[in-house]
Design a protein around this ligand. Structure first.
Ligand code: NAD
Ligand code: DAU
Length: 356
């Protein structure tokens, strides 16, 4: 693991995946984490658990688009690396309102790259050699697969939603800052994450919470779209491994080999709840087919051979064990999800803006 006395910037560390990375760093290493997060609707300090008050966790409520504030943070903390997770992350919201996605995902990444470049140019010796800018991205930049094939690191970029287009743009900026300016970058593109502390606008927590409340379980279209699911702690471990051992300028795909149709996912959650909290009727009776997502990508599936072969990463959690843990977590942590949803989201349908 990362040696003592290192300082890592983590943007988006109050969100779902970023907070898992922060929690792992604080509990499993000696590094100091500077958590840079604007605290949008999706960011919540309660996701940090005991890490929040650890003396090695420094929280900075800053917008990554604020160049002056970001430069001041580099100056103040003199980091060894930055892991960039801050983003608008929900496809349906990007359909309703792309502006925030352009701003945070593209302008925000550009702002961080420029601040990191200025800081890195001022470094010398081992600190300069070992500095890393790790950009965390998504498999959605590769578009949609048919029945066969997998996304590889050299797959063509074909983003289909405002969200994935904004993430693709940020990937291209990172690539350009490496090739043009020599900034020591790393990039990872991961498939769908699930697990504790995911904001309940995303499929798995939304279905769990609706089922617990006896509400309809909305399935877009026919429910035959396929996603490749990865437990969030496995993603966090992969990110730490890439930061530590990844080759500068390289990209790594991360995925769990867990391809499931949305209907399979929802039915599995229903079966788990039938066992863990039996109701008068089977939960699957709540399944409701609703209008499809505009431009809905049909299938995502990751070929994770490169990170497995070159860095020795393997997921520890199977979909069955991970989903059971997740369902149990949401059953136990009603305090958390009631708090995060209270302000501005109660499970309503998002992303129905019609094509022009
Ligand atoms: P999330 O929405 O749960 O969290 C995003 C965090 O970023 C929030 O804490 C939010 O407050 C913060 N943020 C947003 N805009 C900001 C800004 N302008 N300045 C500072 N902070 C800002 O997202 P997530 O699911 O944890 O995803 C994290 C990253 O991983 C994103 O870059 C996303 O594209 C990527 N990713 C997500 C998944 C997934 O399945 N969730 C899969 C692959 C990649
Ligand atoms: O592939 C990685 C991506 O996975 C990440 O980059 C994104 O940040 C993350 O949000 C996720 O995107 P998806 O669009 O795949 O996730 P979401 O949970 O929104 O939807 C998963 C699938 O379930 C998708 O096919 C749409 C469908 N769905 C979603 C919701 C919210 C439903 O059928 N019903 C729903 O209510």
């Amino acid at each position: 693991m990362m040696a003592n006395n290192k300082t890592i910037f983590i943007t988006g560390g109050a969100g779902f995946i970023g907070s898992a990375v922060v929690r792992q760093f604080i509990t499993e290493t000696d590094v100091r984490v500077v958590n840079i997060d604007k605290l949008t609707y999706a960011g919540n300090l309660a996701t940090l658990g005991d890490a929040l008050d650890d003396p090695r966790h420094c929280f900075e409520q800053v917008d990554i688009c604020d160049a002056t504030a970001i430069a001041a943070l580099f100056d103040k903390y003199q980091p060894n690396a930055i892991m960039h997770l801050a983003a608008e992350s929900h496809v349906d919201r990007s359909i309703d309102g792309p502006a925030d996605f352009i701003q945070s995902n593209i302008v925000g990444t550009y702002t961080l790259l420029e601040a990191a470049r200025a800081y890195w140019n001022g470094l010398s010796g081992a600190k300069r050699d070992n500095f890393r800018f790790h950009h965390i991205s998504t498999d959605e930049v590769f578009g949609s697969l048919g029945a066969e094939g997998f996304f590889r690191e050299d797959s063509t970029y074909q983003p289909n939603s405002p969200y994935s287009a904004s993430k693709a743009s940020s990937d291209h900026l990172v690539r350009a800052w490496h090739h043009t300016y020599g900034l020591p970058t790393l990039m990872t593109n991961c498939s769908n994450n699930y697990g504790p502390y995911q904001f309940p606008e995303k499929l798995i927590p939304l279905i769990i919470l609706n089922a617990l409340d006896g509400k309809p379980l909305p399935i877009y279209g026919k429910g035959d779209n396929i996603r490749d699911w990865l437990f969030v702690e496995d993603h966090a471990r992969a990110l730490r491994l890439v930061l530590e051992t990844g080759v500068v300028g390289e990209t790594y795909n991360i995925g769990g080999h867990n391809e499931k149709t949305n209907l399979e996912v929802v039915q599995t959650i229903c079966t788990l709840l039938d066992e863990l909290r039996p109701a008068a009727q089977p939960y699957a009776e709540l399944i409701t087919y609703v209008t499809d997502r505009p431009g809905h990508d049909q299938r995502y599936a990751i070929d994770a051979a490169k990170i497995e072969r070159e860095l020795g990463w393997k997921p520890q959690e199977s979909f069955e064990t991970g989903l059971r843990k997740t369902v149990e977590w949401y059953m136990e942590k009603a305090d958390w999800w009631r708090e995060v949803t209270a302000a501005d989201y109660q499970g309503e349908r998002l992303g129905l803006e019609k094509k022009a």
